[in-house]
Design a protein around this ligand. Sequence first.
Ligand code: AKG
Length: 285
Amino acid sequence: MMRRPDPTVWGEADGPFTTDQVAAYDAKGFHIEDGLLTPAQVQTCWTEFERLAADPRVDASGAVVRERGSDAVRSIFAVHRYSRVIDALARTPRILDRARQILGSDVYIHQSRINAMPGMVGTGFGWHSDFETWHAEDGLPAPRTVSLSIALTDNFAFNGGLMLMPGAHRVFVPCVGETPDDNFRESLQKQKAGVPSDDAVTELGFEYGIEQFTGAAGAALFFDSNSMHASSNNITPYSRANVFLVFNSVENAPLAPFGAESPRPNYIADRDTTPLVPIRDTEFA
Ligand code: AKG
């Protein structure tokens, strides 16, 4: 394990986060904002999720990942490409200005997805840092991204709410082994390459502890790309669906992958680095 050489907050740009919130994000690697979306806006996004999940063209594109051993939708990728609503969501000032504030530059979307975590059959995501994969397989040079997870259903402690290790984003954990060709075909259902060893997770867990993102639908979690995070299986009847938007700095454009033969497809790791153009808040939903 090594201390991360890069900052978490890039520059001192103004924005919706207060100075204290920026300092806490810097120290913990994440920030929770209750009520980022209104109930009506959540409903609009949920309707989009149902529409995309039923669209055969989206399915045929490969963007829909299903749970192992069941037909239930686990993830839909590139939702900002398939949905005008999600595209507009990403460009609302309350979201875009926060991403720009943390990253100190213009931003574009590196990845978007809805993780459905369906009731009874939703399977969790083992401990990992996203930056490991985004560096090795997508070619992002530095951890200069901020991820946003917005709850489309209530996120409880018991229905697969995301767990994070506060402060562990400052440690980079190199993962053992090589990335197999087309690793994403398996890793999006269950990640095996690019994950830290049990010993590394144990050490970090005892040093940093674990907190959890819980909140009513509409709550949001902003988190750093090197945050150590995971979720448990959802064995409750209550689905835990979240929309994820990953903002990358335009100054951190992807290069050739650092640890894989070829980059992942565009619907998983977008290589169009055109800066997002803001909209007015009233233009969204
Ligand atoms: C990821 O998208 O990298 C996650 O870890 C998502 C975890 C979740 O949805 O519970």
